[in-house]
Ligand binder design. Sequence first.
Ligand code: DSN
Length: 426
Amino acid sequence: MIMLRDQIVFDLIQKELDRQEDGLELIASENFASKQVIEAMGTVLTNKYAEGLPGKRYYGGCEVVDEIENIARDRAKELFGAEWVNVQPHSGAQANAAVMLAVLNAGDKILGFDLSHGGHLTHGSSVNFSGKLYQPSFYGVEKETGMINYDHVLEIAKKEQPKLIICGASAYSREWNYKRLRAIADEVGALLLADIAHPAGLIARGLMDDPLDFCHIVTTTTHKTLRGPRGGMIMLREDFDNPFGLKTPKGVVRKMSSLLDSGVFPGTQGGPLEHVIAAKAIAFSEALSNDYMDYILQVKRNAAVMANRFIDKGYHVISGGTDNHLMLIDLRSKGEITGRDAENVLIKADITINKNMVPFDTRSPFVASGIRLGTAAITTRGMKEAEMEKVVDLIDDVLMNKDNESKIREIKDGVNSWMKDFPLYK
Ligand code: DSN
């Protein structure tokens, strides 16, 4: 098989590598996977169909990928203290879709965290399958504190009587009270799902409360703080009988693990991506290491320093700080600059963040009044507390000089040469 190398695409990949090396990456959901994680994804495992589970596949020739997937499952269980995992979801969204397909019927009620307060599209947004197939209601944060009021969650749950309550977020910087949420779920007869896509690495290493202690089902991505390949996963601390009474054709009550496995395949996916599962296995092993423990501790410390520096400079950090790796900043404390303006001007200085709605935002998601930042990626580059202060000062400098092109060019040059002190892949 002789093929001409596709230089067009490889040149673009090189360009993206340069962009990642030269810039300051502050998107809270991004990170830099290790070379071995990336290497595993570019292997012949991509050629293999393996629908089903290890030992129970619909195709022959799965002996090797069975071994790989079993290693990934065992390492994931060790990392999170889970009795059961499914490592096949292609993403966090796919993991959530599989869970909902497994435990809900179309039209059932779900209760999730409001997208505009920091939740996620798959937690019931009207533009997502979760809001189209199910009947969503939402809880949010309090205006005064920027934090979740669990009495309010109970009130809504009692009124709406959802079958599934979802906790977890894309832009909430605080700890979750999983124990209280489980009590609420029990009171209304709902299942409780935690989506820990963002803080998974902090939870795995004990730096945040463990949702598996209280939540029936937990989903995550593997590429944010966990620093693996792009992908998703579903976990149970302990397997349990399906509470909604669904039985096998032989009349046996199905276990939740079996429902969830079917929710992934054949429910919502075809063949698993075994090259990505191999990379997940590697990332889980990395996340169990002492080096990763040092890393994830630093991620948390860096976020706290960054949030405090923003506050010192007069920015409104929602909820007044952070317990995890991210923060949400309401720019209205800084005049007329919108989230979109901020994103657009910061990228000119090779500083990447994303615009984000803030709770009770009056602007659309395309404009937004806030920005979201996280420390997972820059901590992988080796940055520590002192660098966090400099990062905030640079952002402030750009935002306060947003119409001064030459000043922004000067900051960009400074960022590019500063990044050489924190080599990544080259
Ligand atoms: N795109 C992810 C994030 O940025 O949080 C959510 O899917």
